[in-house]
Design a protein around this ligand. Structure first.
Ligand code: PLP
Length: 425
């Protein structure tokens, strides 16, 4: 099948939810993907932070083959060998006590919101109205289901679907005073992406996160962190909150957990977990034997790669900052580990750069209009970073030259115009 025939059929048969890039991928290995003509692409996006071990990792491939030939699905009505072991590994690295497994990021987030409300009800001892308000952040992104949308602080995602779940107020991200002002005893949860991903790779300020932690602790509310994009090794630590010395009451993870098989998880403390009872929450598919067997192998590999992520991440960020000194169009470089961003001065430029790189066989992503987002596989090496930086440098240079010659042309035309006017005068 060709790109043309696939895209023609999709245009006719799918809901029009995606604006796909014009590439058909048929194969991947390590940090590379290939199209049907054999053109190779260097992957600096890893399926939006999912393929952390790269494509076709031999251990993951072997695990899928082995497990698929034994048992794929049994439902959560029975035991299988892998959920408890996966929960043990996740609780060990997170510092939390218990896990619930689901299928995606948004589903993990929905479960986390339910857990926060259920905890507030279970701990409402004096007969007054239980805590119910949720403080969420401007510019956040938590997914596409209704609870996730209700806590996503970006009108473009929410507006077409109102009315959403009630009880959510938004706080300006990293505005300590506003958090203090909007927080009161009716709040059951403060919800934060430790590093806002879709919103342009914006890390939470230490002061803001510490205040959220203190306020929730003091009032009996919960600190709920979304680490669906930033968690599980992406920043060079198991969780981004581990850079801050803060422990949340609930954390959600998903993306890289099962290396491309759908799997998400809610992790929480013993104290919070006790408010869930059989029947209050569940899923048919979540935490099946195939995905969990793969996730166990992922976590073994992730542990070995943390140091590498920190080293290559630092090198990568340093190289992006060197470009920042060179190109006026770069507004900012930020992020941690291998979750990095370069903010440009216009959406058109960001679009043009991403398009030019794709044509050259390098996959990056544009988010939040002006931000180039880099979420490469953890196995990326310095030589791959060098290749990307060279391509970015050239694309930004080309743009600067084009802009220069266009404004020179404009200047010429308008000065001719001015001369003309003089002649008339
Ligand atoms: C921080 C964050 N939360 C939630 C989600 C939603 O995850 P999913 O697309 O798996 O539902 C995403 C997806 O990009 C995300 O980045």
């Amino acid at each position: 099948m060709s790109l043309a025939s696939v895209s023609r059929m999709e245009a006719k048969l799918l809901l029009p939810t995606y604006e796909r890039q014009p590439v058909l991928f048929v194969r991947g290995r390590g940090v590379y993907l290939w199209d049907p003509e054999g053109k190779r692409y260097l992957d600096f996006l890893s399926g939006i932070g999912v393929n952390a071990l790269g494509h076709n990792h031999p251990v993951i491939q072997a695990t899928i083959k082995r497990q698929a030939s034994r048992l794929i699905h049994i439902s959560n009505l029975f035991f299988h060998e892998y959920q408890a072991e996966l929960a043990r590994l996740l609780t060990e690295i997170s510092g939390l006590d218990r896990a619930f497994f689901c299928n995606s990021g948004t589903e993990a987030w929905e479960g986390a919101l339910k857990l926060a409300r259920a905890f507030a009800q279970a701990n409402n001892k004096n007969g007054s109205k239980p805590k119910w308000r949720i403080l969420a952040m401007n510019n956040s992104f938590h997914g596409r289901t209704f609870g996730a949308l209700a806590t996503t602080g970006q009108p473009k995602y929410r507006a077409p679907f109102v009315p959403l779940m009630p009880g959510v107020s938004f706080v300006k991200f990293n505005d300590v005073e506003e958090l203090q002002r909007k927080f009161d005893s009716s709040v059951c949860a403060v919800c934060i992406e430790t590093i806002q991903g879709e919103g342009g790779i914006c890390p939470v300020d230490p002061e803001f996160l510490k205040l959220a932690s203190r306020l929730t602790k003091e009032s009996g509310a919960l600190l709920v962190l979304d680490e669906i994009q930033s968690g599980l090794g992406r920043t060079g630590r198991h969780f981004a909150y581990q850079h801050y010395g803060v422990l949340p009451d609930i954390v959600t993870v998903a993306k890289p957990l099962a290396c491309g098989l759908p799997l998400g998880a809610i992790l929480t403390t013993e104290r919070v977990a006790t408010c869930f009872h059989p029947g209050m929450h569940g899923t048919t598919f979540g935490g099946g034997p195939l995905a969990c067997a793969v996730a166990i192998e992922f976590l073994r590999e992730e542990k070995k790669l943390l140091k590498h992520v920190r080293a290559v991440g630092e090198y990568f960020q340093g190289a992006l900052k060197a470009l920042d000194k060179k190109h006026k169009s770069i507004q900012d470089v930020r992020g941690a580990g291998l979750m990095l961003a370069m903010e440009l001065d216009s959406a058109e430029l960001a679009k043009a750069v991403a398009r030019q790189l794709l044509q050259q066989g390098i996959i990056i992503n544009r988010t939040h209009e002006t931000v180039l987002r880099f979420l490469p596989p953890f196995i990326i090496q310095k030589k791959h970073v060098d290749q990307l930086i060279k391509a970015l440098d050239a694309a930004l240079h080309n743009h600067a030259e084009t802009t220069k010659s266009e404004s020179a042309k404009e200047e010429k035309t308008s000065s001719r115009g001015r001369k003309g006017n003089h002649a008339h005068a």
